[in-house]
Design a protein around this ligand. Structure first.
Ligand code: MN
Length: 250
């Protein structure tokens, strides 16, 4: 398309008394009213960060909104920079837990780790033979398996001729440019884990559809990435009991 029609994009950092005053929700409403896409999140330093893309005139209006904020906010500064449009399909709040996740190490006929993410009241599940990694270069095969009940998340113990330990668990945020669960349906889902062992951004990329779809589980490059590490070897224990799977089976 011609350059003039290309969506523009901005990143804004809003400083002041801007958290805990409904700033994110108000920004989402305003941005959606303006037909913009992107995200808003509360940052650890107390600021609110915004990525917005769309019509330049609408971006200018959003900037004006950010300088005032909702009624209980006290905005002290807004730093805006022009950035590249990323192709977001919604305007969403980031940094809010979407539900729980669990990784269960499972000795069955074959040894594997079950990654489960809460989506719409069920645990979407993938069997990861080598287990998750914090090394962005380690692309781990993840075979999609049947959804599980949330009640199974707490299970640790003997199962058949094998057993299960709760290798990691916590909450997660849905991310990416496409809303969930559509992101999973399309075969590319980005998320942020807040576990005891697994932290930071991850991606699930479907590589082969079909009856047992195959995906790759990949650590994204961020502050939590640990190139060259082998987390499964370093931290074999259950986060609930401290036992390893070998100890449980022994
Ligand atoms: Mn399993």
């Amino acid at each position: 398309m011609p350059a003039a029609d290309k969506p523009a994009a901005i990143r804004a950092v809003v400083g002041g008394a801007v958290q805990g005053v409904g700033f994110r929700d108000a920004t989402v409403r305003r941005a959606r009213d303006l037909g913009l896409t992107g995200w808003v999140r509360n940052d650890d330093d107390g600021s609110v960060r915004v990525h917005a893309e769309g019509e330049p005139a609408a971006l200018t209006e959003l900037e004006d909104f950010l300088r005032d904020g909702p009624s209980h906010a006290r905005v002290e500064r807004v730093d805006v920079e022009k950035v590249r449009a990323e192709g977001h399909e919604q305007f969403a709040t980031r940094g809010v837990a979407a539900g729980v996740f669990v990784v269960q190490e499972h000795q069955a006929t074959a040894h594997h780790f079950d990654l489960r993410l809460e989506v719409d009241g069920v645990m979407r599940s993938w069997a990861v033979p080598k287990g998750p990694s914090l090394d962005p270069a380690a692309k781990r095969l993840a075979v999609q398996v049947e959804d599980h009940d949330l009640a199974h998340n707490d299970f640790e113990g003997g199962l058949g001729n094998g057993g299960v330990i709760i290798w990691d668990r916590g909450t997660y945020e849905q991310g990416g440019r496409v809303p969930w669960p559509e992101a999973l349906d399309r075969g590319h889902a980005v998320f942020v884990l807040h576990g005891e062992k697994l932290r930071g951004g991850f991606a699930l990329q479907r590589t082969r559809p079909g009856a047992k779809p195959q995906w790759l589980l990949i650590k994204r490059r961020d502050d939590e990435a640990r190139p060259g590490s082998d987390l499964v070897a370093e931290r074999p224990e259950s986060v609930v009991s401290g036992r390893t799977l070998d100890e449980l089976l022994g």
